[in-house]
Design a protein. Sequence first.
Lengths: 438, 438
Amino acid sequence: MKTLIKNVLILTMDEHLTVYPNGYLIFENTDILAVGNLSELDKHDCQQVIDGNRAILLPGLINTHTHVGMIPFRSLGDDVPDRLRRFLFPLEKYMTPELAYYSAKYAIAEMQLAGVTSFVDMYYFEDDIARATEKMFARAILGETVIDFPTCDTTEAHGGLNYCRHFVPKWLGHELITPAIAPHAPNTNSKKALIEAAKMAEQFNVPITLHVAEMDYEMAHFAKEYNQTPVEYLADINFLSERVIAAHCIHLTEKDIAILQRYQTKVAHCIGANTKSAKGVAPVKEMQANGIDVGLGTDGPSSGNTLDLFSQMKLFANFHKTTLCDRSAYPASEIVKIATIGGAKVMGMANKIGSLQPGKKADFIMVETQSANMFPIFDPYAALVYSANAANVQHVFINGVEVVRNKQLCHHSLSAIRQDLDDTMQEFRRQAARLAAQ
Amino acid sequence: MKTLIKNVLILTMDEHLTVYPNGYLIFENTDILAVGNLSELDKHDCQQVIDGNRAILLPGLINTHTHVGMIPFRSLGDDVPDRLRRFLFPLEKYMTPELAYYSAKYAIAEMQLAGVTSFVDMYYFEDDIARATEKMFARAILGETVIDFPTCDTTEAHGGLNYCRHFVPKWLGHELITPAIAPHAPNTNSKKALIEAAKMAEQFNVPITLHVAEMDYEMAHFAKEYNQTPVEYLADINFLSERVIAAHCIHLTEKDIAILQRYQTKVAHCIGANTKSAKGVAPVKEMQANGIDVGLGTDGPSSGNTLDLFSQMKLFANFHKTTLCDRSAYPASEIVKIATIGGAKVMGMANKIGSLQPGKKADFIMVETQSANMFPIFDPYAALVYSANAANVQHVFINGVEVVRNKQLCHHSLSAIRQDLDDTMQEFRRQAARLAAQ
């Protein structure tokens, strides 16, 4: 069935940033067939016509770093120093396959309602998370965590590697899901495990994602042990490649940037989580100037607190303009670019998603302009970056399937998903209360 | 009529930050009668009972600096250097009383839908803005601008002073509206005009508000002309007092902070507008440590782009934590405090609003917890600061009157207000297009 969408302002996010003020888009099955000015559309044979009511239609937003299993942690110990080791690691012992599954369903629902159509995940029980992702119909790279201690889904250090030997081949070739390997960080894995993870990723031809240059103690560790930065270390052990998605990359030297460029390593920039935790502002301008692909990430729901990229775009604008002392740095269109085609490049899927062009997949969203915050609109990019919030997202399509209509999930009940998650959270809540009381 | 609200989590924002996890609030006419734990409420004689459905009930948010007449400017030239002199000042020639009136109605609607119950304004045609404020039923300090050139509402330099001689007495004693005098900035007014403004404010016993230490060229001007900071200059000419609300205060010295403290001058901190324009992060921690009252401001809709304090709270958290290199700086409760009772102190109304206590005015909001971004809630303050957005605001009461119910205005149609504004914007749009093309 062919569908025509009209009465929309279209931001294609193609390489010329073509805008169709009164545009149309036609898609059939999974693919975009045509996009252009409505005045140039003579006749059509579309069976379905959707009136966009002056919405802004743009590619689905792409979240290049998150932890969808971590909804249970949200609003827990936000302002506590070293929360990772005080709350997150200890509580992850109480993570179960069911909890990860229901959390992932919830997180994906939250993302879809906020216009996120693709994401890169790193967590445990990724096979269960993959089931949730399939059920919710989202496009994703799902990375199973590898870390140097026993965790909720393995009794051995670096057990994620064994997990991946089953998990990765099981999901290879899936239309929407790309399995991946996710070493937690360079300082939380042995050299041997990192090398094995990289080899396995190459063998299966899948992405690899990890946290890099995020923590002050990570930087101190590599300086002390190796007189290197984490990026230098990763290059040294032949870990880096174009299949690596490095999250955070806050503390980079010029040399690090040159290394990342040389290996065409991708970067997931998590401005919200990085600044909420007072870690700093990653040198995105310098990375981009050196040809490194950068996308936006929300980080997990306990670090970034929302899984929406509208708050990230706003934080990106204000932090990078202020850091660069230049209000004209990163005009709004550049920021929407990072959140769409930028993310697609990071995911290695720029041939399929990230811009609205014939032949690409029908992953797109419509942001309504009826709410109070969306008037007037002299510049639609500015409206998206500086004024919009996640609640302005009205319709969402993934791979040609409508997943959100009129701000509601089409095929699922959010309250039922929440109830399932809440029911599964009982033991987790008890343990969280115990830890908080300590 | 007495109204009881129950099934709500109440953040009183009183001096002990008392929280009632399963709370109730009773109000009658304009006043709060009681607030507490529902389990401690024996019986009641309330004619109306509202079930809050587990919403978070807190004092109405207070926007201590905005320009409600400037909705027409939103999303216009956001990323242009020196936008003030290139776009804003030239376009303000085309501001009319009608445009200011309809813009103010729109801006107030937007604020109420976002949970803002009180605001401090600075603009032109403040008599028309006062009519709009009265019509929309909002609590406000409305400051008529005084500036050293003829403007849309006066043919003479500093004509705002004459405007105030009629405007201020006309609205004195109004239940919700406090007229005020608003010299634009120390560098855009003569010494004589500033002194006259301060005297008039004293004579009428009304607030005075102005931009201070915001612009780099403002700082350079006072350094060059007087070898002083703007704050030193204002102290020198006897301008400062406890009735002054100084907006921005980005570039302050230790001496400036001591001066502001000595005069008990209040500060409206506009983190969003200040960082979007790359001006910097005001030293709020140091101001508060010296006993200066600080509130949050959105700035105008063209500078801050939304009039909601949820985005400001999030930006506040991330910017101040990062600037202070401390993730535990400004825990979420402190930020909600600044947005409520902090703002009330800045407005000089802490005896009436800003916290939920018997005898105070019934200005409060209910933030729903059903949306995807609002679960789970271990810490309600964290949920408000890090997760919530303006669209989570469900019900709003001002002075005991319900102005927003179920995310809709109770007594007005937003689309009708928008249509009126849009109709009035024709000439403004033509001039904006002309300027943008230059």
